[in-house]
Design a binder for this molecule. Structure first.
Ligand code: G3I
Length: 316
């Protein structure tokens, strides 16, 4: 029987999904996750507010739960995420810092969390969502205290702690060639020239039905030409709900085109969907009236979107 991971592997790629702790007690999800997917991204429990809720006090119960869920299914794990302005505990975001004290806090966080999972993970999203839509820097506590240096500080520390894992910079609304993706491109180019160890660029690809950009592949190609690998890290393609059959048909084309953009680029290593069933998705609570963004329906039936992925991967 053809599976997404099997077809992807035949093309030298992986196919992954995010899974969150609240989902694994769902028996259908637990049964299906390891069938189509060979990479798992923990949805929330590796984020700073969960792993280091108070300074230098680390908790890994929830993260361990998903690492073991993945391991028992032979799924690799994409670590998500080390340095991010969101889901950041207030002791960091509202702390009073100097360059030296915040650098020490970032380095300690990376040291402890990466050491805990040293040798066990496949990728780490080291730095997440650092740009505004217009390509200016997001005014996070990291940027306000350290300027853009926090990115190099984080990647250098990450490489020193675990040289076995690929280090990613990750963002959303960077799928097209636009101000934001160009800011990311220019930064990666500059940091690579300075010897900063960035291995990959992650494209979250939270998209809208009918709006998959036609230059998605061309965008991957320009990043790949810098020498980094690329990956689609959080793919979902939402629509208004209940979804019309026309929307679901368009979504099939959209999924096919998104996955093809990766398939067609040798340095694109794989695709991760941000959840795989409409039963468990972040969209409806964040965008009321929208959803139906994933390849399986809320009762675990493959949707037209699933067939779109299948055909992009060369299946039938
Ligand atoms: O854990 C608490 C629980 O104790 C509480 O009862 C409940 C009530 O709302 O909230 C729970 O926390 C929620 C958390 O998910 C865990 O389920 C938060 O409210 C909720 O905001 C949080 O949403 C997550 C979101 O990131 C927040 O930034 C989504 O699950 C997660 O899928 C989403 O993932 C992000 C990526 O990390 C980065 N890229 C964008 C993507 C989608 O927003």
């Amino acid at each position: 029987q053809q599976t997404l991971q099997g077809l992807a592997a035949a093309k030298g790629k992986y196919f992954g999904t995010s899974v969150d702790n609240s989902e694994i007690s769902d028996p259908k999800l637990a049964a299906l996750a390891g069938v189509d997917f060979n990479v798992l991204t923990p949805g929330n429990p590796m984020k700073w507010e969960v792993t280091e809720p108070t300074q230098n006090s680390f908790t890994y119960t929830l993260a361990d739960q998903l690492v073991s869920f993945a391991t028992t299914r032979n799924m690799k794990v994409r670590g998500h995420t080390l340095v991010w302005h969101s889901q950041l505990p207030k002791w960091v975001s509202e702390g009073t810092w100097t360059r030296d004290t915040l650098t020490a806090v970032i380095e300690n966080h990376i040291d402890k969390v990466m050491t805990k999972y040293k040798g066990q993970l496949f990728h780490w999203d080291v730095v997440n969502e650092i740009f505004n839509e217009d390509g200016t820097w997001r005014p996070s506590v990291f940027y306000k205290t350290l300027g853009e240096d926090f990115v190099a500080i984080a990647f250098r520390k990450a490489r020193a702690v675990d040289p076995s894992v690929k280090l990613y910079i990750n963002d959303y609304n960077t799928d097209a060639i636009n101000s934001k993706s160009t800011a990311l491109y220019n930064l990666v180019k500059k940091l690579l020239a300075a010897g900063v160890p960035i291995d990959g660029v992650g494209f979250q690809s939270h998209m809208i039905v009918g709006q998959v950009p036609s230059d998605f592949q061309a965008n991957f190609e320009r990043f790949a030409a810098l020498g980094v690998e690329v990956a689609i890290t959080e793919l979902d393609i939402r629509t208004t709900t209940p979804a019309s059959s026309a929307a679901l048909t368009q979504q099939q084309t959209d999924y096919k085109n998104a996955v093809l953009a990766c398939v067609n680029v040798p340095k694109c290593v794989g695709v991760t969907v941000w959840g795989f069933t409409d039963k468990h998705s972040w969209i409806p609570s964040t965008f009321p009236g929208e959803g139906a963004a994933l390849p399986y329906s809320d009762c675990y039936k493959p949707k037209p979107a699933y067939n779109g992925i299948l055909s992009a991967l060369g299946g039938t």
